[in-house]
Design a binder for this molecule. Sequence first.
Ligand SMILES: NC(=O)c1ccc[n+]([C@@H]2O[C@H](COP(=O)([O-])OP(=O)(O)OC[C@H]3O[C@@H](n4cnc5c(N)ncnc54)[C@H](OP(=O)(O)O)[C@@H]3O)[C@@H](O)[C@H]2O)c1
Length: 240
Amino acid sequence: MNVVVVGATGGIGNALIEALLDEPRVAQIFAFSRCTGNAHAALCSERVIHGFVDLEKEASIEQAGKTLRDTPIDLVVVASGLLHDGNLRPEKALKQLSQDSLQRVFQINAIAPMLLAKAILPHMRSDTRSVFGVLSARVGSISDNRLGGWHSYRSSKSALNMFLKTAAIGSKMLQPNCVIVGLHPGTVDTQLSAPFQRNVKPEKLFSPQQSANYLLDVISDLIAEDSGKVFAWDGEEIAP
Ligand SMILES: NC(=O)c1ccc[n+]([C@@H]2O[C@H](COP(=O)([O-])OP(=O)(O)OC[C@H]3O[C@@H](n4cnc5c(N)ncnc54)[C@H](OP(=O)(O)O)[C@@H]3O)[C@@H](O)[C@H]2O)c1
């Protein structure tokens, strides 16, 4: 298997790479991040090819796709995402919205995965099943939204989910073996969730390793009919 992980330096992305390295059938992992050093031990494995990508730059995403050359890709996991960063915080109320924050959150969570699909889907293996999975979030479900808040993050994940459904319909004819899905990793102990963990029960807070293993189990069970859907860490389908 040849695998692509985008967001290789993230909590879940790095745990996915570590878990994938334990699988003998994984030949190569193309690990993309905007980090240029080898800060993470997993990225130093000889089965890992580290590539640069800045998800805020379209040319960088295109270039990342080109580095795959003729390698047939079996699995892609886009594990990048943005919830908070410096002054950028999830909004509780409309008055906290700003154009800059909205654009940045949509860029990383929705637009970049769309451009990654454009750049990487043509490289997916076509003779057997392949999977293009993007980490979404349960809060992106419109029907499940009872609490409100987190306007930009929620809406960016809803936009992502709509794109995944649209891409799945579009690729049905050309790439019938490619399953395109959104994946909710659970609440995971990473820097993304760190400021918001206070009310999370300990048993509901997964380690990145736990979440990565759950997600790989969900991925291994996916079938063609699942394309366009969003699944949680336990395999449950999340309603749009
Ligand atoms: N943690 C949770 O509880 C949780 C819950 C639901 C959904 N999710 C989703 O799961 C995914 C992974 O989250 P995580 O918890 O692993 O977060 P994380 O540890 O903060 O990782 C986020 C990753 O995104 C990358 N990234 C952000 N902006 C980028 C840019 N401009 N260019 C390239 N890479 C960029 C980060 O790279 P740098 O290292 O360079 O910053 C990092 O690798 C996200 O989509 C998140 O929405 C997480």
